[in-house]
Design a protein. Structure first.
Length: 94
């Protein structure tokens, strides 16, 4: 039988420093346990969808970082404005 185990299931069985031998021993110990669960292997379609979501999240984080950096630099010159998120929240009808 071949299966994938999440690292969080194996971590409790690591007894000493992190190295390949200790990791292999922990994996062997974890596999012998009766209640060990394995994770499904993802299809290429699932992997591509997940990678698109990760890229989208990264782009959203970077967009926010850039807008905050620009606001900070403008603030150094006395040009203080509210963020776009705060402006849209206060202008929306409640």
């Amino acid at each position: 039988m071949c299966g994938l185990m999440p690292p969080s299931y194996v971590k409790p069985y690591v007894k000493r420093q992190k190295n390949d031998a200790a990791d292999a021993e922990a994996i062997c110990e974890a596999v012998t346990r009766a209640g060990m669960r394995f994770v499904e292997i993802k299809s290429p379609e699932q992997q591509s969808i997940m990678s698109l979501h990760r890229v989208r999240q990264m782009l959203m984080r970077q967009r926010i970082q850039v807008s905050n950096a620009i606001r900070g630099h403008l603030g150094e010159f006395g040009r203080v404005r509210r963020s776009a998120a705060m402006a849209s929240r206060s202008s929306s009808p409640s």
